[in-house]
Write a protein that binds this ligand. Structure first.
Ligand code: ZN
Length: 162
C-alpha cells in the first residue's frame, strides 16, 4: 500500500482510466484495494460515512449509510476517498455536521477532493462547452450528483457568480 498523497487527477488517471461518466467512487475504491461496506443496521444513526485506514482484514475500509440516497452515498464515498488519498489517517465518523464543518481543514479538503473526483473540471468543461449541456439538472444527472452539489461546483469553477 503506497503511503504518498495522490491528487484527484492522479486518482482518476490511475483508477478511472476509461473516463466514462458518471465516475463511480466505489469502483475507484475497490480498484485501490479499499473495502466499501455499508454500516451495519442500527450502527449508522446520524452518520453518513467513515474511513478506517486499517480494517479487520488489514485493508482500508470505507463505511457508508445505505439508508441515504444514491447521490449522497456517492458523495460520501468520494469524500472518504479524500481522507484516504490525502492520508488524513483515522478520522471521526462523518456525520452531516462533520462533513459540513467549514472550519475543519480535513473535512474541507475531503469535500474538495470529492468534488474533483465526481465533477472533474475538464469533464464539466467538455459537457458545457462542447456538448452544450447548459442545465444544472442535466449536468447533475450526467455526473451523478445532487443539483446543490453541482450548483456549488459550477460557482467554484467560475461558471457564474452571485
Ligand atoms: Zn470527513
Amino acid at each position: 500500500m503506497t503511503a504518498h498523497i495522490m491528487t484527484p487527477a492522479e486518482v482518476l488517471s490511475t483508477y478511472w482510466r476509461h473516463g466514462t461518466l458518471p465516475v463511480d467512487p466505489v469502483s475507484i475504491a475497490q480498484a485501490a484495494g479499499i473495502e466499501v461496506i455499508p454500516f451495519s443496521p442500527g450502527k449508522c444513526e446520524g452518520a453518513s460515512g467513515e474511513y478506517i485506514p486499517t480494517g479487520p482484514s488489514g485493508r482500508p475500509v470505507i463505511h457508508y449509510n445505505p439508508t441515504e440516497n444514491i447521490n449522497r452515498i456517492r458523495f460520501t464515498v468520494a469524500h472518504e476517498l479524500g481522507h484516504h488519498f490525502l492520508r488524513h489517517g483515522r478520522r471521526m465518523r462523518d456525520t452531516r455536521e462533520v462533513i459540513g464543518n467549514r472550519n475543519d481543514f480535513y473535512e474541507v479538503s475531503a469535500n474538495r477532493f470529492a468534488a474533483d473526483i465526481l465533477m472533474p473540471k475538464d469533464y464539466v468543461s467538455i459537457l458545457i462547452n462542447q456538448r452544450n449541456v447548459t442545465s444544472v439538472a442535466e449536468l447533475s444527472h450526467i455526473l451523478g450528483v445532487s443539483t446543490s452539489a453541482m450548483d456549488y461546483r459550477l460557482k467554484n469553477l467560475g461558471y457564474y457568480s452571485f
